[in-house]
Ligand binder design. Structure first.
Ligand SMILES: [Zn+2]
Length: 378
């Protein structure tokens, strides 16, 4: 089943479904700041390079799943110990994902770094960091005004490219201004569409930044009710923000995880309340890094590199450990791991989990889960 066919088959009547419970509860907490809507940044003079998009082909592992849409959520700085410490009573949405979906609390970041932009770039591209070894090359944790292509020295395709070029619609909702790096990279400097109909060079159809997480999720759930995309990426920032201000795993940090869980609950409720969404939507949850003490920058610390990875949706077995489902991956214990031999489940597997679930070609140049061997389904 192709993405385009699924999109046109989605009942337009959903447009008529007005403001439901999830949106009504979207009351911004006083601790959050005013909305920031960011306009496109000026383009740096990077010559747009060619990209190669493999023509659509029958998928590898997940060809007959029911998934037509993916919502991938990254909760910035989500230490799995916080999930265990808060328990089901204070993180009911995350525990719903664990109870009804497949998950591990022992996934890994990319090895080289436990910072936000290098890890999110890995999630989008399926690449490690180090450019000399096929990585995406973006080592900074600030938006330096350039592009990922410039960091790598060549065009770096993303999961957004693959979904978009094959006729799907894409969105990113992010809670940090520096995510403008991705708008510049895959919209202003997106490569030409070489698969099927020409869908243009802007690969992220809707790009929204709002540092107010509550309002960001309200915008997201409004869109999910009105016109859900084939691929939606969501970045939430409260735990990271509280961790830097007060210390990771401190009270304020745990409160931020609890607050974020309520936002996750709104997203899950929005999906679960609509049969057209619920029957065909895969929800993924992971993070860019953990954190403990004052920061999360040391890439050799367990508290920073150990992260959750969760999948929830039709066909996903309830309550299953992802390592038990995936003997070709190795649960890493407490080790940091490298890139040789059997791999742990990583946040960077995300790009090709998405392409696999949507029956699309792998992300060109990707390394992680490139064979699409990570199986989420029964
Ligand atoms: Zn941080």
């Amino acid at each position: 089943m192709t993405v385009r066919r699924l999109r046109t088959s989605f009942p337009a009547i959903l447009i008529a479904v007005a403001f439901l419970a999830a949106g009504c509860r979207a009351t911004p907490p006083s601790s959050e700041t005013v909305p920031v809507l960011v306009s496109p940044a000026p383009s740096p003079g990077f010559p747009s390079a060619e990209k190669t998009v493999v023509p659509a082909a029958p998928s590898d592992e997940a060809a007959d799943n029911e998934i037509a849409r993916v919502i991938a959520i990254s909760v910035d700085g989500l230490n799995p110990r916080a999930i265990q410490k808060l328990g089901r009573s204070r993180t009911p949405a995350i525990h719903r994902l664990m109870r009804e979906g497949a998950y591990t609390l022992n996934a890994r970041t990319i090895r080289e770094q436990t910072r936000t932009l290098p890890n999110h770039t890995a999630m989008f591209t399926g690449r490690r960091v180090e450019g000399q070894r096929g990585g995406h090359g973006y080592t900074e944790n600030v938006d330096n005004g350039t592009t990922i292509h410039q960091a790598a020295g060549h065009y770096v395709a993303s999961v957004f490219d693959v979904v978009h070029d094959n006729g799907g619609s894409t969105a990113m909702f992010a809670a940090k201004i520096k995510f403008n790096l991705y708008k510049r990279t895959w919209n202003a400097h997106g490569g030409p569409d070489r698969a099927g109909r020409n869908d243009g060079r802007a690969n992220i159809d809707r790009f929204t930044i709002d540092v107010n997480n509550t309002r960001l999720v309200a915008k997201l759930t409004a869109e999910l009710r009105r016109s859900p995309r084939e691929f939606t990426f969501v970045h939430l920032s409260l735990p990271d923000r509280a961790g830097h201000a007060h210390g990771f795993m401190r009270k304020e940090y745990l409160d931020a995880v609890e607050q974020t869980d309520r936002l996750l609950g709104r997203i899950l409720d929005t999906v679960a309340d609509r049969p057209g969404l619920h029957r065909h939507t895969l929800v993924l949850l992971t993070t860019d890094h953990g954190g403990d003490g004052a920061t999360h920058y040391a890439a050799d610390k367990l508290k920073n590199y150990r992260i959750p990875f969760m999948a929830w949706g039709p066909g996903i077995p309830a309550g299953r450990d992802l390592y038990a489902l995936n003997p070709t991956f190795r649960s890493p214990g407490t080790s940091r791991t490298n890139y040789r031999g059997k791999q742990p489940i990583r946040n960077a597997d995300l790009a090709n989990v998405v392409t696999d679930a949507l029956d699309l070609p792998r992300v060109p140049g990707s390394e992680f889960n490139s064979p699409r061997s990570l199986n989420l389904f029964r």
